[in-house]
Design a protein around this ligand. Structure first.
Ligand SMILES: NC(=O)c1ccc[n+]([C@@H]2O[C@H](COP(=O)([O-])OP(=O)(O)OC[C@H]3O[C@@H](n4cnc5c(N)ncnc54)[C@H](OP(=O)(O)O)[C@@H]3O)[C@@H](O)[C@H]2O)c1
Length: 252
């Protein structure tokens, strides 16, 4: 097993709010040159020590031109996202294009630029979602794009290793986070959701401790009475749930 090189930087795609911002603050506190990408980089409440760079993943020009220079080797966190609770027939063409660009084609094009520039071995940390395998109501597009993000990440591993054998990939599927901005307009009990700072601590610990080239991790909130919202970590992929409530995904 090749030892991972000491990383000098952390680039967080979607590091202006929520989980991405918590990941960025911890990277900076650990002494890494920490780059935060997003649209609202000029209005970050706590930007001390962060290298902020404007990026709109729904705008192909922005994806093509955003500054990708960084000290290497680096962690790259793929975090940016937005939720969409709508049946497909309620989704208009503009929403379909924007969400697909934000959750998939924009970051994939941006990663292609980063990897083509060959910054040496990278440690890619992808924040997908338990929605990549869970049965959900009226979230067809969101769930499909999260599953695509997870499948893309798994299949990128051999390509990264072929270029640099000491590269690493961590695929994280979190459950519900207490990030009200993400679930705009939904009536949610945030007391039963996971704290994004606590989840960011877990993700950094897992990434730093990872020995092998690839790890897939589930960080799901406990439903146990008295422990609701406490993050529970388990390893490996989960089979997709059946669209029929209560039915197993596979024949026994
Ligand atoms: N919240 C949950 O319950 C939950 C659960 C499982 C997985 N996740 C996943 O975790 C990730 C982070 O979610 P969060 O809850 O932390 O949400 P959040 O607080 O809304 O943060 C979303 C991030 O994405 C960035 N972003 C949004 N649109 C963008 C665009 N067009 N171009 C560039 N960046 C853009 C935002 O930056 P700007 O607004 O500055 O552009 C922000 O930094 C998402 O991928 C989400 O799917 C969330």
């Amino acid at each position: 097993m090749l030892t991972a090189p000491t990383r000098k930087a952390a680039a967080v795609i979607g590091g202006t709010h929520g989980l991405g911002h918590q990941l960025a603050l911890r990277g900076s506190s650990a002494g890494l040159h920490t780059i935060v990408y997003g649209r609202s980089v000029n209005s970050i409440a706590d930007s001390g020590g962060l290298d902020t760079r404007a990026l709109d993943l729904t705008d192909p020009d922005s994806v093509r031109t955003a500054n990708i220079a960084m000290p290497t080797p680096a962690y790259v966190f793929w975090v940016a996202g937005a939720h969409l609770k709508k049946a497909l027939v309620e989704t208009d063409e503009a929403e379909l294009t924007a969400l697909t660009r934000l959750l998939f084609t924009g970051p994939v094009s941006f990663l292609r630029r980063l990897l083509t520039a060959d910054h040496g071995p990278v440690h890619l940390v992808t924040i997908a979602s338990s929605s990549s395998w869970k049965r959900r109501e009226r979230e067809t597009l969101y769930c499909a794009l999260k599953a695509a993000q997870a499948a893309f990440t798994r299949n990128l591993v051999p390509e990264l290793l072929a270029a640099h054998p000491s590269s690493r990939v961590t695929l994280v599927n979190p459950g519900g986070l207490a990030v009200p901005d993400f679930h705009t307009g939904l009536d949610i009990d945030y007391g039963h959701m996971m704290d994004p700072g606590e989840v960011a601590d877990i993700i950094w610990r897992l990434a730093r401790q990872q020995a092998g080239p690839f790890e897939e991790v589930q960080i799901l909130r406990s439903a146990e009475p008295g422990r609701e919202g406490v993050p529970e970590v388990s390893f490996g992929p989960r089979p997709p749930q059946s669209p029929q409530p209560g039915e197993p995904a596979h024949r026994p």
